[in-house]
Design a protein around this ligand. Structure first.
Ligand code: FRU
Length: 484
């Protein structure tokens, strides 16, 4: 067991521990989506698989349930389903002028040292504070305590040899290709938003040099590339960006000579949108099965619940034959399935069919519905007992409507396949084996727990419908596996 001697971490941990009772008592808090022990989280950071553990670090405010005082929280898991909370990994070094530890990534360098890379944001009013820098921290052998790297800043605007990025410059993400190690960082100047590319000069990953913009867009089209993730899946290069609107994917090719990315297909990774995107700021990892897992921040929760933010379910990302991504929840989640109800060959004639003996606010639902001559079909979840209100998932052959968000959608065959996860105030749905995903924050009345399938204006046929209750997976919140 490693104890942390950094008083900034001890103080932050005490604040988090004191906040746990309020967060734990909140009935809207998810029970199988990863959340910090209490208070605020945003982006997943430093997602990596190493030595049998999936590590997730995350943007964390240990002093409130709203954004501020960015630290890196830390948790690990052996299956991406059951989590251990670990002590906060990174706190701003106030004495060095750091105000926030912004997003970044993790790597083990050529000397076997675990490293976290992040954007160091300085203190002071935005207009006249020193520019951001990219910093690193080195972990102990157990990956519990982290020290700021003696070579910091790993990258600084004045020395890295690239464009001035006079507005923003943040969110380092590392990838390897053909024995070379690269880092992308979102950067922008007056009229251009760019994905700046750097290449490591040493196996220690302490020195980098600028290699140009791998991709750029006029700021009139993309305001900024927050959290650029650039990686290869199924032989294709994928750029995920969080551009202050729903996460977009670009799939294409990367020329190792010109170091330019050329996208061929683009689209929205998760279309769930409330007042803001409900899914944002992704990060990815590859595990020992060589699966590419994408993790995203679920946002848009009501304020003042003692917690705010969680991770969307880990998704396996592949590229389909049409060059667009497929996203499916990891199969390991099936171990949380509890009570099962199954229905097959149901005819739903212009009505709503309430499923008997099925209820809950932590459910998994798999449904295969044929539209038939109905004008629209769908599911109602979190239904009131009197049938008067529910959260709606509705498809009319052209538009898919999910809890108030609508997107144009066309099924590939004659059937609509819905895979729905309910977890208190969280709903995630995957459509047609992951061709589309939508994440939504929902606040139905606590007592509305029913599930119904419906058809409008004709007859639909439900080939198969399975519902499972899902068991809690997030550890007892009082318990930190490792002391701090
Ligand atoms: C994305 C983001 C990142 C930044 C971090 C700060 O949500 O704005 O660009 O590093 O959050 O918390």
């Amino acid at each position: 067991m490693t104890l942390n001697a950094n008083p900034a971490i001890t103080q932050a941990m005490q604040s988090v521990l004191a906040a746990i009772p309020k967060a734990a008592a909140d009935p809207t808090r998810p029970v199988y989506h990863f959340c910090p022990p209490a208070l605020w989280m945003n982006d997943p950071n430093g997602t990596i698989y190493h030595n049998g553990y999936y590590h997730v670090f995350y943007q964390h405010n240990p002093y409130g349930d709203d954004w501020g005082h960015m630290h890196w929280g830390h948790a690990r898991s052996q299956d991406l389903v059951h989590w251990e909370h670990l002590p906060i990994a990174l706190a701003p070094s106030l004495e060095l002028g750091e105000a926030h530890i912004f997003s970044g990534c993790a790597r083990v360098n050529g000397q076997g040292e675990p490293l976290l890379f992040y954007t160091s944001v300085k203190s002071g009013p935005a207009a006249d504070r020193p520019p951001n820098e990219q910093w690193a921290a080195i972990g102990d052998a157990d990956w519990i305590t982290w020290q700021k790297h003696p070579a910091n800043p790993i990258l600084a605007l004045a020395t890295h040899g690239g464009p001035p990025f006079d507005r923003e410059w943040r969110d380092p993400f590392i990838f390897e290709e053909a024995g070379r190690t690269f880092m992308v960082v979102g950067g922008d100047y007056a009229d251009t938003a760019g994905v700046a590319l750097y290449e490591a000069e040493d196996a220690a990953l302490a020195h980098w040099h600028y290699r140009g913009l791998a991709y750029e867009k006029p700021r009139s089209e993309i305001l900024f590339f927050e959290c650029p993730n650039f990686f290869k899946v199924d032989g294709q290069w994928v750029l995920l960006i969080s551009p202050y609107k729903p996460v977009e994917y670009l799939v294409g090719s990367f020329d190792l000579t010109s170091l330019k990315f050329k996208p061929e297909t683009t689209g929205v990774l998760d279309a769930g949108f409330g007042e803001t995107p409900n899914y944002y700021a992704t990060n990815i990892l590859y595990d020992e099965q060589d699966r590419c897992i994408v993790l995203g921040w679920m946002r848009g929760f009501a304020k003042e619940h003692g917690w705010n933010g969680c991770l969307a379910l880990p998704r396996i990302l592949t590229i389909g034959p049409d060059g667009h991504p497929r996203q499916t929840p990891i199969p390991a989640l099936e171990q949380l399935r509890g009570r099962h109800a199954t229905f097959s060959d149901l005819n739903v004639a212009d009505s709503s069919h309430v499923l008997k003996d099925v209820w809950g606010d932590t459910l998994e639902i798999l449904a295969t519905i044929t539209l038939g001559d109905a004008q629209a079909v769908g599911l109602q979840v979190r239904c009131a007992a009197d049938g008067q209100q529910a959260i709606l998932i509705r498809y009319d052959g052209q538009i898919l409507h999910v809890a108030g968000t609508e997107i144009p959608y066309t099924v590939t065959g004659t059937q609509l396949k819905l895979h729905v996860f309910l977890d208190k105030s969280v709903m995630e749905i995957f459509v047609d084996d992951g061709r589309t995903a939508m994440t939504r924050v929902i606040y139905p009345p606590d007592e509305d727990l029913g599930v119904a399938v419906f058809a409008e204006g004709g007859n639909a046929h439900v080939a198969q419908l399975d519902v499972w209750t899902i068991q809690e997976a997030i550890p007892s919140l009082e318990k930190f596996t490792i002391s701090y």
